[in-house]
Design a protein around this ligand. Structure first.
Ligand code: WTA
Length: 658
């Protein structure tokens, strides 16, 4: 044990590691729904613990089996049980008498607002479910959703879930090409989109991107039969009779009654694409019962949810896993009241988020370190224009939060007292895996700290041996968990290879981690070719492929360089083809190639910098040594070059960059 002492500010300083730690405030420990015994209870019998959590849901047919792990890495949870995910998120709250509770306080970027109760949300979802059925969507069919952050995104997801179909939400920032690749991979029958969404005071067109995606001819057969279009921004859109349908015209025709029928616990709920180490995104598959069990439990426990009084706000877009698990399924399964906001934090001013918090009395706020760092840059003055005293709990997700940002977040947004839950998890894990619990854990700035109850995590070396406290290694999940991915859509081998071959019987997360002297876990970033830009995962290989697909580019190497605001930024080094005549100088090349990547993958993948070079640093066997490029990109002295085939290469690259 590390000895601790209280200093005058009530802050406990660890004498040995000198890491401050913040004990849970009395308001949390006294009223906590869960006490420290929850860890013992879960450790004693993790499966029984999860079965108990699962029983907090409504099962049309109760399960008798908890986990089947006889065919690893393919798990099933609660396999013989039947439930309806949308029923759990809506109907049962009405049955319990909570229909008048606000489900969503929605605010559009231009300032338009909608308040939607659980009863109203259910009614919209029923109509949408009937609409999907009228379009021939059945259990197991894939429906792509390409929408801005408007209530229809939530309604569409729940309607798909309600009829046992599978949604594939594609983030609105992805390009037509990326969208098409996802539509084809999942063989989607229907796309639900909008004319556009509001971003930074402008219309970000979506329907035109869908049109482009469907017009492309990538050599695969188009499976999409209909495009359902929500009217949001009223920009002009092309219309294909027979294929395209307006949501508002169709929905009014629909019956407002729809009875949710039960589906097996392992019925697929959604596919969500995420970047991997190769160029092709992986379709991460999640199913119903286990996923809803862990998202609802973690949303309750990690955010200390009090559904009657809390107003919860996660700033995540539904295009990412955080939007799935902690905007849609976890909060709605728990009957929470939440805020949903369409636009960007700086529109019309950097005060926007804080006005929203004051307007709705947000108590629980969940965002990403990159956003916090942006606000640190803008200065605390903008946050001081509004009354943030309703806030009692803060959450962070997407990347490790640096201690400076953690302390700023607590002091400036959390009035120096709100606990911060730093939550580590992934698209693949479906729900939070490592996080403090606010009524129990003394929090440490920068550390996600402890596995949540019922979850087994270890930090191991390359041979899967647990490392002692005080050492670093790789993060591994050592036991199956309810919301684990059930596979990669259409690619069981890649599932096995990517996550299970490394350790054999443990899940390899792709993250480096360290245990401190107390045994607390600190995440150290990716150990593979995945970058983390503003909390979004991008693959170096995918961006390299995009660059070399340009006819003027001969070779490309991409690295994630440290960036003050976004965590990492995409920096590319390209060699142009010697006979190309399109690009006459390096600046022009950078402009053209940034636009090219933006068009191919999406604006989020656009490199911050592109350097035109004559050579790339390679080993004798021809492997690019990205570590050296990263040194250059981060403005450091270039490291060990002895393994290079040509040791002069780095000098020439450094000169170009300067
Ligand atoms: C990183 C987002 C440190 C990590 C939910 C992980 C984090 C990847 C944290 C997953 C955190 C996410 N501390 N690193 N609290 N949260 N990460 O799939 O590298 O978009 O593997 O899921 O983000 O990103 P994904």
């Amino acid at each position: 044990m590390v000895s601790s002492k209280n200093n005058t500010h009530g802050v406990i300083e660890s004498l040995q590691t000198e890491v401050e730690s913040f004990p849970p405030p009395a308001a949390f420990t006294q009223a906590a729904q869960y006490g420290p015994e929850i860890y013992q209870q879960a450790n004693a019998d993790p499966q029984e613990f999860w079965a108990e959590q699962a029983r907090t849901l409504h099962w049309h047919t109760p399960f008798t089996k908890t986990l089947d792990w006889t065919n690893p890495p393919f798990a099933t949870w609660f396999e013989d049980g039947e439930l309806n995910v949308a029923y759990n998120c809506l109907d049962r709250h009405i049955v319990a008498g909570n229909g008048d509770r606000v489900a969503l306080y929605w605010e559009g970027e231009p300032g338009d607002r909608r308040t939607i109760t659980y009863t109203e949300l259910l009614s919209e979802v029923k109509k949408a479910a009937n609409l999907l059925i009228s379009l021939g969507i059945q259990q197991g069919d894939r429906v792509a959703i390409y929408l801005p952050m408007i209530p229809e995104a939530v309604i569409a997801m729940l309607a798909v879930a309600r009829i046992g179909a599978v949604h594939s939400v594609v983030f609105g920032g992805f390009s037509a090409e990326s969208l098409r690749a996802r539509l084809d991979d999942a063989a989607a029958k229907l796309v639900i989109t909008a004319d556009g969404g509001w971003r930074k005071g402008r219309v970000s067109p979506l329907k035109p991107a869908v049109d482009d995606a469907l017009d492309l001819n990538p050599g695969t057969e188009l499976t999409v039969e209909h495009v359902l279009v929500v009217r949001r921004t009223e920009n002009d859109v092309r219309w294909e009779e027979g294929r395209d349908l307006w949501w508002h015209e169709e929905i009014v025709e629909m019956d407002a009654e729809h009875t949710a029928r039960p589906f097996p616990a392992e019925n697929p709920l959604f596919i969500l694409y995420t970047s991997g180490t190769t160029g092709k995104p992986k379709g991460i598959l999640h199913t119903s019962g286990g996923y809803l069990t862990q998202t609802s439990f973690t949303h309750r426990a990690v955010f200390d949810l009090r559904p009657e009084t809390d107003v919860y706000w996660s700033t995540a877009d539904v295009g990412w896993i955080t939007g799935h698990s902690y905007v849609v399924y976890g909060p709605l399964a728990n009957g929470a009241t939440q805020v949903m906001y369409e636009g960007t934090p700086e529109t019309p001013t950097w005060g926007r988020w804080w006005e929203i918090i004051e307007r709705y009395g947000v108590t629980t706020f969940y965002t990403a370190p990159t956003a916090i760092r942006s606000f640190m840059k803008v200065g605390r003055e903008v946050t001081q224009q509004n009354d943030l005293s309703s806030i009692r709990l803060l959450g962070s997700v997407g990347e490790a939060i640096n201690p400076e940002a953690w302390l700023w977040y607590r002091e400036v947004i959390g009035a120096g007292s709100a606990p911060i839950v730093d939550t580590w998890w992934q698209t693949e894990t479906g729900a939070i895996m490592v996080s403090p619990l606010p009524g129990i854990t003394a929090t440490k700035p920068g550390s996600a700290q402890v596995p949540i109850p019922g979850i087994s995590i270890d930090v191991v070396d390359d041979e899967a041996r647990p490392v002692p406290n005080g050492s670093g290694g790789l993060l591994a999940i050592t036991q199956p968990w309810p919301s684990m991915l059930r596979g990669i859509w259409g690619d069981p081998e890649r599932f096995q290879e990517t996550y299970w071959d490394k350790f054999g019987d443990k899940y390899f997360a792709g993250d480096g981690a360290r245990r401190d002297e107390d045994g607390d876990i600190w995440l150290m970033g990716r150990v593979d070719d995945v970058m983390n830009v503003s909390g979004h995962r991008l693959s170096t290989t995918e961006i390299e492929s995009s660059l070399v697909s340009h006819h003027s580019v001969a070779e490309a190497a991409v690295v994630g360089a440290a960036d003050e605001t976004t965590g990492q930024a995409v920096v590319a080094f390209v060699i142009l083809k010697s006979h190309q005549t399109v690009m006459t100088d390096a600046d022009q090349a950078a402009v053209i190639l940034k636009a090219h990547v933006g068009a191919q993958i999406g604006a989020i993948a656009r490199p911050r910098q592109i350097f035109v070079v004559n050579e790339l640093p390679k080993t004798r066997s021809g492997k690019i040594i990205r570590r050296l490029l990263q040194d250059v990109a981060e403005g450091r002295e270039v490291g060990d070059t002895t393994t290079l085939a040509d040791t002069m290469v780095m000098q020439s690259i450094s000169q170009k960059v300067r």
